[in-house]
Design a protein around this ligand. Structure first.
Ligand code: NAD
Length: 414
């Protein structure tokens, strides 16, 4: 691939190491966003029926805030840091010098197609790397827009967008990169890791899986329901850290279902299909996958269940006690279906989580400090979030990434 050769040559010149160049590129990316805000919202609307508020909050403003942070911190983060030196090595001195790796490949997923491509790209540029950006082909309009705008604003000798589907990604992965940053499902994550191993290329794998949500008897039920509904049905459930299922006691089960139904009406009205705030599924294949998860659930569906394939619509749906070996509990849902599983008590909830893969996010709604402490000590997850859902993603001060099957490495950390 000729363009890869050219990007490597650019890196070899040392051009991207200059802090001035990095700052210029970040500023150019900021201009790209600000001058094309409406076009971005339009592409997201076409791909996912994302409403403007969601598109602003979870994509546009998220990325803009990343750029501002990196511009502000660039000099400080790029500076060599003095390290301690042991007595025997004195009068020597030691420094840790941050340096770019070289050419970075970023493979993005379709659900937040601006955030998941540009956010890692900001970090790669700020660190002085050259970049190949591969947006997801499933969010086609956004991918096309990025491919059109990035060459207009950024340095083409150092930053390239490469669009396309599986064949193109497969071809890209045969090339040698100095880092690969992949966001998506675990099966392709394994393909990426295998390809990277050929060149001993380090990787960051931002994967997904089932993120559990425990609702304790001792919690503010109204606030809990509001926050779960917001976190779950944002982007029609197509969020890697959305609560995948709820664990709740028998006693709390009915009050919780009622509170969830009320929160749904409050946020999306009695007919979510008519709500401007409720998104659509990315494509008909995924609609059919999600509908198949409801096969045989019958009376377990306590709310929602409606769908319209032509409109890529699936209603916000609550499913009570689906069989644990059914597809809805065996796969990451990644859509607007929310199983509610009854457990004996909170100890059983903890055991339930420990018996499964380590999640990307783990949620607990509780006022019980002892339970919060116990859950944090006995379980492992990318992030444990207490008494809220999804919002932790905006915290730039903590790393974001999975553990075990939910991911390898992290970003948003220095
Ligand atoms: P996807 O289908 O868009 O695939 C992601 C990327 O992989 C795309 O760019 C695609 O071209 C490429 N790809 C697909 N198949 C390939 C193959 N066989 N070989 C090489 N490349 C291939 O996205 P997806 O996998 O449907 O994304 C959903 C998953 O991503 C969920 O599991 C979700 O939890 C996870 N996710 C994680 C995060 C995170 O930050 N941790 C964020 C969003 C999504």
């Amino acid at each position: 691939m000729e363009f890869i050769k050219a990007l490597n040559q650019t890196f070899a010149t040392g051009k991207t190491q200059s802090l001035t160049w990095r700052r210029e590129q970040l500023t150019a990316l900021k201009n790209l966003l600000e001058e094309n805000e409406q076009a971005i919202y339009q592409a997201l609307e076409q791909d996912l029926s994302k409403c403007t508020f969601e598109a602003y909050m979870a994509e546009y403003a998220f990325v803009l805030s990343d750029i501002n942070l990196f511009i502000k911190k660039l000099t400080q983060w790029a500076k060599p840091r003095r390290m301690a030196t042991p007595l025997l090595a004195l009068p020597g001195s030691s420094k840790l010098r941050p340096e770019p790796l070289g050419l970075v490949l970023i493979i993005g997923a379709w659900n937040y197609p601006i955030q998941l491509t540009l956010s890692p790209m900001i970090a790669a540029i700020a660190a002085g790397n050259t970049v190949v950006l591969k947006p997801s082909e499933l969010a086609e309009k956004t991918s096309n827009l990025l491919a059109q705008l990035i060459p207009q604003y950024l340095d083409n000798s150092a930053i390239a967008v490469y669009e396309g589907g599986v064949d193109n990604t497969t071809a890209l992965l045969k090339q040698r990169f100095d880092h690969i940053f992949y966001t998506g499902g675990k099966n392709v994550g394994k393909i990426v890791l295998r390809a990277a191993s050929e060149h001993l290329t380090p990787v960051t794998l931002e994967l997904g899986g089932k993120s559990p949500c425990i609702v304790d008897d001792d919690c503010d039920l109204k606030v809990t329901a509001d926050r779960i509904i917001w976190g779950k049905f944002l982007n029609a459930g197509q969020t890697c850290v959305a609560p995948d299922y709820i664990l709740v006691s028998r006693k709390q089960r009915e009050p919780l279902i009622l509170a969830l139904q009320q929160a749904l009406i409050k946020q999306y009205g009695p007919q979510p299909q008519l709500s401007d705030d409720y998104g659509r599924i990315i494509n008909t294949q995924h609609v059919e996958r999600l509908i198949s998860y409801l096969d045989g659930q019958g009376d377990n569906i306590v709310c929602g269940g409606q769908s319209e394939i032509a409109e890529k619509y699936i209603a916000p749906t609550l499913v009570l006690n689906p069989a644990l070996d059914s597809p809805i509990m065996q796969n990451e849902i990644f859509g607007p279906l929310l199983p509610i599983i009854e457990v004996e008590n909170m100890q059983a909830a903890i055991a339930f989580i420990k018996a499964r893969e380590k999640p990307l996010a783990l949620y607990l709604f509780s006022k019980n400090r002892q339970l919060i402490k116990e859950l944090s000590e006995k379980t492992s997850a990318g992030t444990l979030c207490v008494n809220d859902a999804v919002i932790f993603m905006i915290n730039h001060h903590q790393p974001f990434g999975g553990v075990g099957e939910s991911g390898l490495g992290a970003y948003h950390c220095q």
